[in-house]
Design a protein around this ligand. Structure first.
Ligand SMILES: Nc1ncnc2c1ncn2[C@@H]1O[C@H](COP(=O)(O)OP(=O)(O)O)[C@@H](O)[C@H]1O
Ligand SMILES: [Mg+2]
Length: 331
């Protein structure tokens, strides 16, 4: 059964280089879903799709702050098979294509991977926060939720590599909205320990060599093409700083306002990581605005998160401790 037959696609929610995300409904039950359709036409796109599928499959459903994956469907022309029911020939075609770096299937055939996820009605963090008045208590709560998510990823040896507000979704619930880290397209699952158990230290030691991510959230070392899990902590530092002071810029591609801190140089907005790479001794002005009331312990923490030396950045577990205290003070 084709993915379209099981799910009715209602509207487009977002579009990236390799895929489109739709709001969908399960025809049989009426349940809402978000469905990401990834085109797997080239070895590069097949690799990215498989990367996202593997990360989501290994993580999803195990942490409240990571988007849940309900099903993955591989579509080859009109045929579709669920990847939860073992590995089909179509799946093996895709793996071989990614591994060999050349298309091993008929170029005339269309290959798509559909990731069926929980639907987050609040949209992404940019849309959610920027359409509301600043709420300091909610901001620290979001910082804590993000730290919990990242601690979970790192304990499971996953480096996200593209943390930014557009990749964090909001589920509106009766109480505080719940954040869900999503878009694992650039994520890397690192080596797992000898007992099959992932440890944060292996993630910390695994140096990944590939410049990727979105410029404004990229740590200095990422600009040079290598980084560890600590690059996620840097990205989180940019997000938290921007969230607390509501610092935004307009993204050239989407023309939309995004939460993200930056440095101003000769009238230009320069990504913090890039500015630090050029001048590692640069002092960051945190808070940017003297009227922003940010607790000194949080200012210090953000500074540490944005350290040039990745080893000086705190772990996600350290962040949890600090933000937990701030949440307790805000209540
Ligand atoms: N589960 C979801 N629920 C609601 N909106 C979603 C969901 N997943 C993605 N979106 C929307 O689609 C956009 C793009 O999704 P994302 O997974 O980041 O894809 P891309 O790889 O194209 O960046 C997000 O910024 C968000 O607005
Ligand atoms: Mg994205």
């Amino acid at each position: 059964m084709a993915a379209e037959a099981k799910y009715e696609l209602l509207r487009e929610l977002g579009r990236g280089n390799f895929g489109v995300v739709y709001e969908a409904v399960v025809r049989r039950t009426g349940a809402r879903r978000a469905v990401k359709r990834l085109h797997c036409g080239s070895p590069e796109s097949a690799e990215l799709a498989l990367q996202e599928f593997r990360a989501l499959k290994s993580l999803a459903g195990r942490h409240g702050n990571v988007v849940a994956l309900h099903e993955a469907v591989l579509q080859r022309d009109g045929e579709a098979s669920s990847l939860q029911c073992g590995h089909s020939e179509a799946y093996l075609n895709l793996v071989e294509t990614a591994l060999k770096g050349e298309r091993i299937f008929d170029p005339g055939r269309a290959y798509y991977l559909w990731l069926v996820m929980e639907f987050c009605s609040g949209g992404d963090m940019n849309r959610y926060l920027l359409s509301r008045r600043p709420d300091p208590a909610l901001n620290v709560n979001f910082a804590l939720q993000l730290s919990n998510a990242v601690a979970f990823l790192h304990l499971n040896n996953v480096v996200h590599r593209d943390l930014k507000p557009g990749n964090v979704l909001v589920c509106e619930s009766a109480g505080t909205p719940v954040l869900k880290v999503a878009d694992f397209g650039l994520s890397k699952v690192c080596n797992v320990g000898s007992h099959g158990q992932a440890t944060s230290s292996t993630t910390g030691k695994a140096w990944l060599s590939q410049a990727c991510g979105t410029a404004f959230y990229m740590a200095p070392e990422v600009w040079e093409g290598h980084f560890t899990a600590k690059a996620d902590i840097f990205a989180l530092g940019i997000i938290v700083w921007a969230m607390l002071e509501r610092i935004t810029f307009v993204d050239g591609e989407s023309n939309r306002q995004q939460l993200g801190s930056y440095v101003q140089h000769a009238g230009q907005l320069v990504p913090v990581g890039q500015a630090l790479l050029e001048n590692p001794r640069m002092e960051l002005r945190i808070p940017r605005n003297r009227r922003s009331h940010i607790d000194t312990s949080v200012v210090q923490l953000i500074r540490k998160m944005l350290s040039v030396n990745p080893q000086e950045r705190p772990s996600a577990c350290d962040l949890i401790e600090c933000f937990q205290q701030r949440v307790a003070c805000a209540n």
